[in-house]
Ligand binder design. Structure first.
Ligand code: GRG
Length: 337
């Protein structure tokens, strides 16, 4: 597939979900202050990676893009809520998000919290009122709730905060409710593939790693991977795809979710001045736990590439239309922002 086709298609899907998001907010009878705060964050740009994944997954499962729009919007609403709350003084205390002042800097902390709350609940309302079969709605709601909640994104955020404070729970797999990977040394296993990586320039040998790389993987499977995996599954479910196809897309999502996080960590150490400026601040003081910090830059790059290869392989049963998702997987590790 020519790169121009992929880029054009990505832009078209991004524009479609942005118009649906904008319409959704415009039609609310909310207090003006809330509407303004929600619109400020939701319509602030961003890659729209998760909704595009939903729509591309739906396409390769022979679904209609329009049937996937509610799920695509719902995921972007949850993602935006998580960014607003993650930026709050009690969490990362960030001043900038998507190149603009963060929500709490513009609207104050109370309104920023409420804007996040409104987006979280709107996501579920959007899925619950989608014009689709009751079984599709029920399954979609369950996928979104699991990915966003205590065994997914919110749980991962808590473990991340604990790990940065050096209070990482020793029984993470048991306490998280997420099953441990069965065979960490199996190279077809994405967590195992990463854990078995050769470290090139990891933390100094005399230092004890604050957490093991498998624990970091577990945090990121929950914190960022769960929503990305949910995007692929939602695309399959809204297209009423077979269980086999849903499983293959889930596997793709798990690999891409981890690759995305490694790429994000790499951008923090090798990326643009804006990104570097961010990590030389508070993140560094707290000893941010990243893949390059634990296993080194080269090993992190290799593992991200390995995960993308595994992701592309997971789509072997799909036809050429899956090339868009393969391109997207590569874009995720090669992006510069
Ligand atoms: C506060 C409940 C709660 C959860 C926060 C996902 C998360 C959990 C916080 C985000 C913190 C963060 C910056 C993580 C790094 C990876 C990440 C999710 C980056 C932002 O996602 P992109 O790159 O952003 O898709 P855009 O702006 O393109 O949408």
């Amino acid at each position: 597939m020519p790169p121009e086709f992929f880029e054009k298609h990505y832009s078209a899907l991004k524009a479609r979900v942005e118009s649906a998001l904008s319409e959704s907010i415009a039609s609310r009878d909310w207090p003006v202050a809330l509407k303004n705060a929600v619109e400020y964050s939701l319509m602030a740009g961003g890659k729209r990676l998760r909704p595009v994944l939903v729509m591309m997954a739906a396409e390769i499962c022979d679904g209609e893009i329009e049937d996937a729009i509610p799920a695509a919007c719902a995921l972007e609403m949850i993602h935006t809520y998580s960014l607003i709350h993650d930026d709050l003084p009690s969490m990362d205390d960030d001043d900038l998000r998507r190149g603009r002042p963060t929500s709490h800097r513009v609207f104050g902390e109370a309104l920023a919290i409420l804007a996040g709350d409104a987006l979280l609940t709107l996501a579920f309302e959007t899925l619950a009122t989608a014009p689709t079969a009751a079984t599709v709605t029920a399954t979609s709601l369950q996928i979104l709730a699991t990915a966003a909640g205590g065994s997914g994104m919110v749980g991962g955020q808590i473990l991340d905060l604990e790990a940065e404070r050096g209070e990482f729970p020793s029984g993470i797999q048991e306490s998280s409710g997420i099953p441990r990977q069965k065979n960490a040394s199996n190279s077809s296993d994405s967590a195992g593939a990463l854990a078995s990586g050769e470290a090139d320039s990891p933390i100094a040998a005399s230092e004890t790693p604050p957490i093991h790389v498998e624990q970091l993987i577990q945090i990121h499977r929950m914190k960022t991977g769960a929503l990305i995996t949910a995007a692929l599954e939602l695309g399959a479910v809204t297209s009423q795809a077979s269980t086999d196809r849903r499983n293959q897309l889930r596997h793709f999502g798990q690999c891409v979710g981890l690759a995305f996080q490694i790429a994000d960590d790499l951008l923090d150490v090798t990326g643009s001045d804006e990104r570097l400026g961010k990590v030389t601040g508070r993140d560094n003081e707290l000893g941010k736990l990243t893949y390059p910090f634990l296993i080194g830059i080269e090993a992190s790059r290799n593992k991200a590439q390995q995960l993308v290869d595994e992701a592309c392989h997971a789509l072997a049963g799909f036809d050429d239309r899956a090339d868009c998702l393969r391109h997207l997987a590569r874009f995720i590790v090669e992006r510069d922002h």
